[in-house]
Structure formats: C-alpha cells, structure tokens
Design a protein around this ligand. Structure first.
Ligand SMILES: [Zn+2]
Length: 155
C-alpha cells in the first residue's frame, strides 16, 4: 500500500497511515482477522479473509502496487445530505476525508484508514451507518481490530 501524501491533511493522518500499513503487514493482524467469529456481507471464512488481506497488503512490494492516496477533497461530496455524517470515502485507490471530522485521535484515524482499505480490496457493507449488522462486515470489524490493537499499545 502506497500513500501519496497530500499536504492538505494534518500530519497525524500520515503517521496513522504508516501505522495502519505496518499493522496490515504484520502477522498480528492476520491472527486477529482470522479470530473473528464470522463476517457479514462476504462468503469468505475468517481464515480466508485473513489470508486475502495479508496477500493484498504485500502487493506494495510488487509492480502491481495499489496506490492509496490520502487527501482532503475539494469536491464537496461531504456536503450532500446522505454523506453529512460520513467520516471518509474511498474511490479508485484514494481515501478522502470529511473536513468536519478531522479532529479525531490517531486510533480512530487508523480505524478509518483500515476500513477504507478493506473497501479498496473489495469488501463492502450496506449503507453509510454503522448498524449492528454493518459492524460485522469486514470494513467495520477489521477497522475496529486495528483501532483496539492501537489503543492497547498506546499507554
Ligand atoms: Zn464503509
């Protein structure tokens, strides 16, 4: 995963992106992803998802590097009513952040980056709200794993 740094985002977003990338490349995340009881919105088993994520993360070493760009979009998608409370969106390898929600702590930002990366590699959920059903989808569940891991190491 390559992050093409935009100057418009606070520095902590780039720190968070490096931590998120390192976590995805580490066996800690593979084990944690495989240990979830079951994911919604996918036919894959937790073990298959863990293997898939670890392989996708390693694409950064090859010529097929996925580029994941962090930016603050000037296009005001976040002003649309349906996106008013959306923290971030992913499109064509870019992660765009809603300026309204920039002031979050780094563990929250790591959650969002991992969530959007899971969308990038093909996992989804329905709707824009974290309902109980959505929370068991790969983007929400794996994002939450990254967040709780980061909180556990941040004392
Ligand atoms: Zn999502």
């Amino acid at each position: 995963m390559i992050f093409d740094c935009s100057k418009t985002l606070p520095q902590q977003y780039f720190v968070a992106s490096r931590i998120a990338t390192d976590w995805l490349l580490d066996s800690i995340s593979t084990k944690a992803i495989a240990s979830i009881a079951g994911y919604t919105h996918t036919d894959k088993s937790p073990e298959q998802i863990a293997q898939y994520v670890s392989k996708m993360s390693h694409l950064h070493d090859s010529s097929m590097s996925p580029e994941c760009e962090l930016k603050l979009l000037s296009v005001p998608w976040y002003k649309k009513a349906s996106y008013r409370n959306t923290i971030a969106v992913h499109s064509h390898g870019s992660i765009s952040f809603n300026p309204k929600f920039l002031g979050r702590d780094i563990s929250d930002i790591i959650n969002t980056i991992v969530h959007e990366y899971m969308h990038y590699i093909g996992f989804s959920h329905k709707g824009n709200k974290p309902s109980d059903y959505n929370l068991k989808s790969v983007p929400y569940a794996v994002g939450a794993l990254a967040e709780s891991w980061h909180r556990s190491i941040s004392v």
